[in-house]
Write a protein that binds this ligand. Structure first.
Ligand code: CA
Length: 369
């Protein structure tokens, strides 16, 4: 290359750098946002409900601080608006600009929404998050919600939930016949196929219902939230999970309200939701471990059990049947189920060779000693 050409190229590069700097500086100062946006959020949780509701409030706090007070979200708990399962309608109708809940609560509105919380025997939290962010899951979720004038953001994962509290031991499939159990969502449909009488009750009635034998069993979340409900005092068998391996919470937004926001605030919602999701997931992990230790020390009468092999095999078979039946009803549901299943099938061998192999290796008693 001739010297003159090199100089010319350098000159252009330098000019390009200046132009780029100018552009960045214009972007960073940007036009000042003069309007103050005041939104309201309806949650599906009682006031002060640990991790769920406290996470929603922390999300609102991030938005207020990072917008310099120009975007304020007032959080109303279900204790105030009295419609825990009315959040979808209230946000769609614009009564609230946003909500904090879980997608599978809306399966009665549209069965497609079940696929964006967790699936029985499905992906773990990290696998499912990878599907949402890098496997097309988030895009499919937005397509599903946009039909209802809504935007949905992931807001934190509970991790693997426990299979529930049983007053009597489950020794085989025959023990499920006529068993009265509180277990919502797809898992309830699966259990029903095995002869369980599924009864859904609000959180506030669960303890009494189990104590008074209105129900024989229930599932809730995991050690941290379950212990706060007191189930360990009235049920002796605590089963490991199969039905909600990665329940993702949800921030639901009225799309018309979202479209009226400046781009910066739209992005702020996404970034704050990601931060809240990570914190919520980590908080569940930390507090479940703490509460599980407490359960083992203070309630030695509680026996931790895994369902018998024949029960697990039947549950898995019924799960695939339920999901296939739902997917057969509509092409868009089939697209989501196919996407989830394809990602899962690709992920499983890698999880096995990475996480599962590592966990087995970690159990070796000579390590960490
Ligand atoms: Ca649950």
């Amino acid at each position: 290359m001739k010297r003159r050409e090199v100089l010319s190229l350098l000159g252009m590069t330098a000019l390009g750098a200046v132009a780029c700097q100018q552009q960045q500086s214009e972007q960073s100062t940007g036009p000042a946002i003069r309007t103050t946006y005041r939104w309201r959020m309806a949650t599906s949780w009682p006031s002060g409900f640990p991790i769920f509701e406290t996470g929603a409030r922390r999300f609102a706090q991030y938005i207020a601080t990072l917008s310099h007070g120009k975007f304020i979200i007032e959080v109303d708990s279900a204790s105030k608006h009295k419609a825990a399962f009315g959040v979808f309608d209230m946000v769609r109708d614009g009564q609230y600009e946003m909500g904090h809940s879980a997608s599978y609560y809306w399966k009665g509105k549209d069965p497609i929404f079940s696929f964006f919380t967790t699936l029985p025997f499905g992906m773990t939290a990290i696998e499912q998050t990878a599907w949402f962010l890098y496997g097309g899951g988030e895009e499919l979720m937005q397509q599903a919600y946009s039909r209802y004038g809504l935007v949905s953001l992931n807001a934190g994962n509970t991790g693997v939930q426990m299979g529930g509290w049983f007053r009597k031991e489950i020794r085989g499939l025959q023990d499920l016949q006529g068993l009265k159990m509180r277990i919502p969502g797809l898992a309830g449909e699966v259990m029903a196929r095995l002869g369980v009488q599924v009864i859904n009750l609000p959180a506030g009635e669960l303890y009494q219902a189990l104590e008074r034998n209105v129900i024989d069993a229930l599932e809730w979340v995991g050690p941290h939230l379950d212990l706060s409900m007191g189930f360990q005092q009235i049920a002796s068998y605590y089963y490991t999970g199969w039905h909600e391996p990665a329940a993702e919470l949800q921030i639901l937004i009225n799309k018309a309200a979202y479209d009226r926001l400046p781009k910066e605030f739209q992005q702020l919602l996404h970034v704050a939701a990601r931060a809240t999701a990570l914190e919520t997931w980590s908080e569940f992990t930390a507090k479940n471990a703490e509460s599980f230790a407490q359960l083992q020390q203070q309630f030695p009468n509680v026996q931790i059990r895994r369902f018998p092999e024949e029960v697990l095999i039947a549950l898995k078979k019924a799960t695939v049947e339920v999901l296939d039946d739902i997917a057969a009803t509509r092409q868009d549901i089939k697209t989501v189920w196919d996407s989830y299943r394809r990602f899962y099938q690709q992920m499983a061998p890698w999880t096995e060779i990475s996480i599962e192999s590592y966990l087995q290796l970690r159990k070796n008693p000579s390590i960490y000693q």
